[in-house]
Design a protein around this ligand. Structure first.
Ligand code: CU
Ligand code: ZN
Length: 145
């Protein structure tokens, strides 16, 4: 009985080993064309939510030709300037670049200027009335001259 238990233990260890080596080998397969590092894609999208701590932006994007279908999803943003320029509710043309096998927003061009801003946080821009995600104050309507 003890031998059987040992046998099962070794069989489990052996199987676990072979499964993990298979997973390891699969990482040497070439990545699909659509995920080649440095590849650039463009698509129209609307800014839905900003995840400041993660430096990610949730956008509702149209089909990204050659990459993915239309959907709402979070993308990391290349730098804080782009992050700040993305106002909630703004529609624009987004540029994605594959970095480390994953699409990252590297540029965004918007159809119109954001209309709302937090009186305390100039980086909190929005195209919709609402409250600041950093301090909760109501956003003020602005006219840019
Ligand atoms: Cu997507
Ligand atoms: Zn604020």
């Amino acid at each position: 009985m003890k031998n059987l238990a040992l046998l099962i233990l070794f069989a489990t260890l052996f199987l676990g080993q072979s499964v993990s080596s298979r997973v390891h080998h699969s990482s040497f397969l070439p990545s699909p064309d659509s995920m080649v590092n440095g590849s650039i894609y463009h698509a129209k999208a609307v800014v839905k939510k900003k995840l400041r701590a993660d430096k990610k932006i949730i956008i509702k994007h149209e089909r990204i030709k050659g990459l993915m279908e239309a959907m709402t999803m979070a993308f990391p943003v290349a730098d804080s300037t782009i992050f700040d320029s993305c106002a909630i509710g703004s529609k624009g043309l987004f540029t994605f670049q594959i970095v480390g096998g994953y699409p990252v927003i590297t540029a965004a061009h918007f159809d119109k200027l954001p209309q709302y801003v937090c009186p305390m946080h100039p980086d909190e821009l929005s195209n919709k009335p609402g409250s600041c995600s950093q301090c909760g104050m109501p956003l003020e309507k602005r006219k840019w001259n």
